[in-house]
Design a protein around this ligand. Sequence first.
Ligand code: PMP
Length: 457
Amino acid sequence: EYKGMSKERMMEIRRRNCNPMTMKVTSYKKPLFVHQGHMQWMWDVDGKRYLDLFAGVATVSVGHCHPKVTAAAEQQLNRLWHATNLYVYPSLHEYCEKLASYLPDPLKVIYLTNSGSEANDLAMLMARLYTGNYDVITFRGSYHGGSPQAMGLTSNAAYRYPGATASGCTNTMCPDVFRGLWGGSHCRDSPVQTIRDCSCAQGHCMANEQYIGQLKETFATSVSSRIAAFFAEPIQGVGGAVQYPKNYLREAYKLVRERGGVCIADEVQTGFGRTGSHFWGFQGHDVIPDMVTMAKGIGNGFPMGAVVTTPEIAASFGKGLHFNTFGGNPVACAVASSVLDTIKEEGMQQNSLVVGTHLMTELAKLRETYEIIGDVRGKGLQIGVEMVKDKASRDPLSPEAMNEIFEDIKDMGVVIGKGGLYGQTFRIKPPMCITMEDADFFLAVFNKCIHSYMERR
Ligand code: PMP
């Protein structure tokens, strides 16, 4: 039973002493006062249980307070919390060896940070030092972080501030086959969208060609002849589970490398088995990046991030001193190590594939039923349901309508997320321990909430 601070008092303190932005992103009209978590469940201060299908934005990878991970943290907390990286301690080395074993050659050198923004800042710096070039390209609609440097990479006005962000960053058109200019009717519409296989009648993907054409136009118009880096999330997270045509990343990587740039996969949301078919999102695109950045799910909620790169790129970074007080601290390493073990021991990648495919298959049926479900897409447990005013116009469903449905789903005991440039996409990225029963419960709730919205409308 909860005996802590009252809700009213928390709200009062929140208004007075907390980051005011957090009020804005508390997008529920009646806020959720969470108090406890266990695996895929959260409890509020009134003791009501919620199925958590957002996992703190794909962060709680193996489950809230997973007993194995908690035990690993406890053991390390009783042993050693902190030592600077100047000393050699076991948990860091155990972890780096283990994480490296999950990555293909030549991605074997690891820099540990405390967040995704830090990881992307570092990756950008390293790419510039290694290539000697300056220009960086990201997708419109991408999210790569909120630090001033990473904000330059992020291409979503809601997260940008007027001020000095990283210079030299250019955004290219996102190859979004649903909301973008090309795709949709050009694409084969399979019920479960994995990476879109846009095999048109002609045997090649017209949408892909058009989007690659836009990238070439970006090279021609907005950057110098040599570039430093191209950042891409394998599936956009904050952007709303946006997927690219098959082969887009392969072709983009080639074009970027021809211009001297390195290719960086931001796996902050897509890594650690979440996409089901693969451990890393980039593997689904059949590419090997020059750098991979990660955070969120790496620590199941414990602050941590990483950049993994090649020995060659790392060598160019050796000229100065790179220091990070907390990066790779013993507790974070013990937690992250246990996260990797838990994913493996409990078959969570496979579970993401099975439960995720079930969810998408059933959601795709709802798309046929309801005029306002425009698109169902994703891979494994990284799912987006894009809501529209109607299927013909594809205009985004209004924020008011989105909020109404979102609140209703929460009141019925399920927490999901929202994203997309217009807040029009529901995002489902639960802890990877959810079951088929959980999925069915959510599907029933979702169906009910959409149904009642349609009746009210
Ligand atoms: N990259 C991606 C793909 C993200 O989704 C986020 C966070 N939403 C970040 C980077 C930044 O991570 P952090 O908030 O840990 O700085």
